[in-house]
Structure formats: structure tokens, C-alpha cells
Design a protein around this ligand. Sequence first.
Ligand SMILES: [Zn+2]
Length: 274
Amino acid sequence: MQISPHVYQCHIPDTHAMHPGGTNIYFVGDPAEEMVVIDTGDYDRDWTRQILEFYEKLGKPKITRIVVTHGHMDHIGGLDRVQDAMQAPVGCHPKLAKKLSMMVGEKNVVKLRSREMLQTGGGTKIRALFTPGHAEDHVCFYVAAERVLFTGDTILGASSSTVEKLDDYMKSLGQLSKLRAEIIAPAHGPVVPPPRGRNLSSAYMGHRNGREEQVLAALAKGITSPDEMVKDIYPKNLKKALRPAATRNVRQHLEKLKNEKRVVEIPASYKLSD
Ligand SMILES: [Zn+2]
């Protein structure tokens, strides 16, 4: 599906509990000239088939670069086959270069620079934005002329994302919210058009700040364990598959609050040594 003059979305329906609304691969540029591909999907052969079918439907344009938003398997699992079919250099965060080099060979991997501008067909310019938080090697991409922001897993279309380092994540959201994006093109879930797309990064920050308030409120009530906090904060009917992610989220908030010296951790339990 075409979502703006130079942005095409290849949607892969998938049933992963963490990906409500499936997964998206994007082709950016002019199909009659050259394009850049964003992400390469999971290792699943059927995913790769869908990506390559989409590429064929676009008329097999010359791909000037394959870029990946981060090193999680559902974004790089298909890289080997996709790169083989498209014969394009792969761009990634410097921290991911070694891993990808093992997949496609060192000569095919280019380390992106922070705020680097990539050029491709139709005069399209794509800005790479280093946005650690969901993963330390996360990169978002922005096509300013069309106000389309590719958020990877930093902002999702239909749910909140998991976070590796919350302090970094909040900084990254702050950076994204300063762009004047209109359309959020996430790696999972539906593309979010305006008006909601315009405010999604700020809404995400608000959501996290709200969670932080809830964690502080739970602490004030005397709740001390992350598991108990999840029960206090999240809806009672929270899907079982999402519970570990919820606990991780709460732990992230506690970690951030600890770094800010607003919370102290008390080692609470003991066991016999092995
Ligand atoms: Zn993902």
C-alpha cells in the first residue's frame, strides 16, 4: 500500500502477542528509479516470500540500501535472503554492524552515522536518527518532505512498546516529538495518519509518565515487589502472554527512578548458595 508519494508499506499479518496489527516493511523512493528498504522481517520463510513478492509487484526497482531499525530477530531474520535478492548494501547502527556482518558479509554492511541523510529515487531524502531505548542499536528514519516518521519498535501503531533502557527511551521519544511528523510508520501495527500521528510521540511520553506516577503511587501504598505492582497497575484481564512484558516495564520504571535517586532498592530475599 502506498502511504505517501514516496513511501510504500508491505504489511505482513502476524500473530505474535507483542505485535498487535502485524509487521511492516517499508519501501521508500520511486519504484521507477531507486528505493531504500526499511527492515527485513523475521526468519520465517513465508515472511521473506511476502517481502520479495511485494518487491516484484513494485517492478523490482534498484535498491540503493537496506536499512534495519534494530537487531531484534523479527527485523533482521530475513536479512540474508532479502539482501541476496536485492544485492544492496545494508545500513545499520554501528553497534549492530558486527552481527549483520556475520549474516551478509562485512563488505555489504555500512555503519550509519547519527543524523546521516540517505538519498534515493524521486529525490527522496531519509534522515537516520539514533534512538536507543527499545534496543541500544535502534535507529528511526524520517522523510521530512512527506512528514513520515519510521519509528521501528520505538513507537508502535497499536500498543506500547517494550523498553530496554527507559532513560534512553524517554530521551529518544523527546527527540522524535520535536520533529513535525504527521504520519507514524511503525514496524508493528497500523500506520498512524494525522491527526493522531502528529501527537503520537508526545502521547507515548505521556503514557510513560503516567505509568511512572502509578509506580510511585503503588510504592506509596507500600507495595514493594514488581509482580504486585503489575497487579495493582495493569487491568485485571491483562493477557497472560503480556504479563512478563508488564513486569519488565515496571522494573524499567523502578530502575529509572533508582537512577534518579527517587527510589532505593532493598535486597529482600535469600537462598542457600549453590
Ligand atoms: Zn519488532
